[in-house]
Write a protein that binds this ligand. Structure first.
Ligand SMILES: Cc1cc2nc3c(=O)[nH]c(=O)nc-3n(C[C@H](O)[C@H](O)[C@H](O)COP(=O)(O)OP(=O)(O)OC[C@H]3O[C@@H](n4cnc5c(N)ncnc54)[C@H](O)[C@@H]3O)c2cc1C
Length: 374
């Protein structure tokens, strides 16, 4: 049995004190108050993935997973913001030049700068090879033109990691929010993660310096994009373990309350079946995430497939658990009085972001061919 990282109790205590009790309100208001964002900085969570020499917390991947599980248990919107921010920080750590790192990493470590990840376009997200945003070379840099949609944190981010097409292929760029030609429009009324400050981001003939280029021109698909999506997928998988845990805890509490019933719901075998499935899925999803985290900490390339599997299992299990949690609560589960309706909406989103369920089913099948070749 893999031990939980020692920091888990601290993460849980902070989430229970300051995030979880307010998550339904954040969801209703479709907004995260500035003091919550500031607290994440005080706790070192914006810089969790960054090394201590740039002001980060220097967590290993297993501990980062435990953190994102606990945040996901309390509020998937907060976890979503930390996810995309961590993806930008990871990209800069691995592919940024010295100047880019010196400029941005200390700010990203504290949350003074907040990162957002801009890949998806209005006409599609799963097929990154066919994105249409362009970056045309000009003297001293590039002209960026295109539109990105469903951008988590797009309403507040200071730094956008943007994927665009140059004549050499898909390329990553760092774009500051105050670059002339950058405009954002809030996206509201989403099914889930409603407080994650989504925006559509428009890049209208933005002039970028040559130093905006991140990593090799034309090779972002096998390098920057693969790397950051792997980190994002790992974070989402861990967040789903948090949703599973939250569904289980809420359902166990509700099922053991007697109210004016002759027996508590937990006395019914069919209710126990739902709880059994939730407990088993939670434990299995957590172990898959921990395996992916350990492989990351060892720089083992098998982590890519392990993360696909963890995210596929955790997100589909979270949807099942949240569906059952609403069912078990009856009408109460459909009301704003209980958080399970939020878990239900948030869990469904997890099956779409960072590689949809269908895209994962396509990829994970490849593992089966490898097994037959052994
Ligand atoms: C709340 C939220 C937050 C988001 N945040 C971000 C963000 O911060 N940055 C960002 O860049 N994007 C973000 N996205 C977008 C997200 O990454 C995309 O929604 C996702 O990649 C899927 O793309 P799509 O919505 O365009 O669907 P499509 O790619 O058009 O897919 C639609 C459906 O077709 C299926 N499908 C697609 N291709 C195949 C195939 N080859 N085989 C079988 N089925 C297929 C998909 O599984 C899906 O069910 C966010 C989305 C949501 C809902």
């Amino acid at each position: 049995m893999t031990e939980l990282p020692p920091d888990t109790k601290t993460f849980r205590a902070l989430i229970d004190a300051e995030i979880a009790p307010h998550a339904d309100r954040f969801d209703r208001q479709e907004h995260l108050p500035p003091h919550v964002l500031a607290r994440l900085g005080e706790w070192g969570w914006w810089g969790a993935i960054l090394p201590t020499d740039v002001g980060g917390t220097g967590m290993n991947m297993v501990t980062l997973g435990a953190l994102h599980e606990e945040v996901g248990r309390g509020c998937s919107s907060v976890r979503s913001l930390l996810t995309v921010h961590s993806m930008v920080a990871y990209a800069l750590t691995h592919w940024g030049n010295t100047h880019q790192q010196q400029r941005w990493l200390p700010q990203l470590a504290t949350g003074q700068a907040i990162g957002a990840f801009c890949l998806t376009e209005p006409e599609g997200g799963s097929d990154a090879a066919h994105l249409t945003t362009t970056a045309t070379r000009r003297t001293g840099g590039y002209t960026l033109h295109g539109r990105k949609r469903w951008i988590t944190g797009g309403r507040l981010a200071t730094l956008f990691l943007v994927f665009a097409r140059t004549e050499r292929g898909v390329t990553a760029f760092l774009v500051e929010r105050d670059t002339p030609g950058v405009t954002t429009r809030p996206v509201t009324g989403m099914l889930g993660t409603r407080a994650s400050m989504l925006a559509e981001v428009d890049f209208h003939d933005c002039h970028l310096d040559a130093d905006a280029l991140l990593g090799p021109e034309g090779f972002a698909l096998p390098t920057v994009l693969t790397g950051v999506l792997d980190i994002g997928r790992y974070s989402v998988a861990c967040g789903c373990v948090g949703i599973l845990q939250a569904c289980t805890e809420a359902s166990a509490t509700y099922a053991t309350r007697q109210g004016n019933r002759p027996h508590p719901l937990a006395d019914h075998q069919l209710v126990r079946q739902m709880l059994t499935q939730m407990v088993t899925d939670t434990k299995a999803a957590r172990l898959l995430c921990q395996e992916a985290g350990h492989l990351k900490d060892r720089n083992d390339p098998d982590t890519i497939m392990a993360t696909w599997i963890a995210k596929y299992f955790a997100s589909t299990a979270a949807t099942r658990a949240a569906t059952d949690a609403v069912q078990l609560h009856g009408a109460a589960g459909c009301s704003a009085d209980h958080p399970v309706q939020r878990y239900y909406r948030d869990a469904k989103v997890m099956e779409i972001i960072e590689g949809s369920t269908q895209i994962q089913q396509i990829h994970i099948a490849e593992e089966a061919w490898k097994w037959t070749a052994r």
